[in-house]
Write a protein that binds this ligand. Structure first.
Ligand SMILES: C[S@@+](CC[C@H](N)C(=O)[O-])C[C@H]1O[C@@H](n2cnc3c(N)ncnc32)[C@H](O)[C@@H]1O
Length: 269
């Protein structure tokens, strides 16, 4: 583990999960046409970040116009610029937080934000970057956050092409964090779901606190039901806007008296 990672781990232990290069490559390769001529900022990244590695390695082939990273460290920090094929490290004032004056000034000049931000600050992080294009990682549960779901509903953002679950932690080992996803403003083409299940009243009861039927698994979405349906949040990994409209989120769905896990409410187009 590098010193940078050691220092970071003292800062915010629970946010110290580093993205693997293979996961970054699998997702970012899909956006190659959208990155040409763009200024990219990674605003939660050290020089050890695999985002920095991917973007500097592929800077020329992606046709990037600029690349800067800022790094959070309350004990003093730096920014990275990629200039003429070299990483240039410059000390900056402040703590390098994504919402610090230095980082906000860099954000203002950028076209697109690409990173894995601290999961614990995801709500505020999205508020900070939402005027820009972005490709960022978050917990799948973040789709129902009060400020995030409306962006999905309005078609401003969507989940990316791949999901990830393995991250490197500060001791250098790999940890399974459960399902995490890419959240992006960029287009994501995906095929419509092939629906094979059929509706019946017994298997698809109506919630006692919302006028929609409950669907327990994405593969159980009935092909012949036209009303509102509550589906698990991971449905958004397969959502095709030509097939389903997003209606709502339901944080505490109830079947009779029984609370079940949160759902998003969808309807066939
Ligand atoms: C999930 S980790 C990902 C790190 C790196 N982007 C990557 O993908 O490997 C989130 C990082 O954000 C850093 N962080 C915590 N608070 C921050 C803040 N306010 N502004 C910027 N970065 C912050 C954490 O120290 C942590 O290293």
């Amino acid at each position: 583990m590098s010193n940078t990672h050691l220092n970071q781990s003292k800062v915010t232990k629970n946010d110290e999960y580093y993205t693997r290069l293979e996961d970054i490559e699998k997702e970012l390769d899909h956006y190659i046409p959208y990155l040409k001529g763009k200024k990219v900022v990674c605003n939660c990244d050290s020089e050890a970040s695999m985002f920095w590695t991917y973007l500097t390695t592929n800077y020329e082939s992606l046709g990037l116009k600029g690349l800067t990273a800022t790094h959070y460290d309350p004990n003093g920090t730096y920014k990275l610029d990629y200039i003429k094929g070299q990483t240039v490290k410059t000390a900056v004032s402040g703590d390098g937080s994504y919402n610090s004056p230095t980082s906000l000034a860099i954000l203002k000049e950028a076209d697109i934000v690409i990173t894995n931000p601290p999961f614990s600050l995801f709500r505020d992080y999205i508020e900070t970057i939402k005027e820009k294009d972005f490709i960022v990682i978050g917990s799948i549960n973040a789709v129902t956050y009060g400020n995030v779901f409306p962006m999905f509903k309005a078609g401003q953002i969507r989940l990316g092409h791949t999901t990830l679950r393995y991250y490197v932690i500060p001791d250098g080992t790999v940890k399974n964090l459960g399902s995490t996803s890419w959240f992006t403003t960029l287009p994501v083409d995906r095929q419509e779901l092939v629906l094979t299940a059929t509706y019946n009243q017994t298997d698809y009861p109506t919630y006692s606190n919302y006028p929609a039927i409950n669907v327990n698994r994405v593969k159980d979405i009935p092909s012949d039901y036209k009303g509102m349906m509550g589906v698990p949040v991971n449905f958004l990994n397969n959502h095709s806007s030509s097939q389903f409209k997003l209606i709502d989120k339901l944080n505490r769905p109830k079947l009779g008296e029984k609370l079940i896990y949160k759902r998003v409410i969808i309807e066939r187009i």
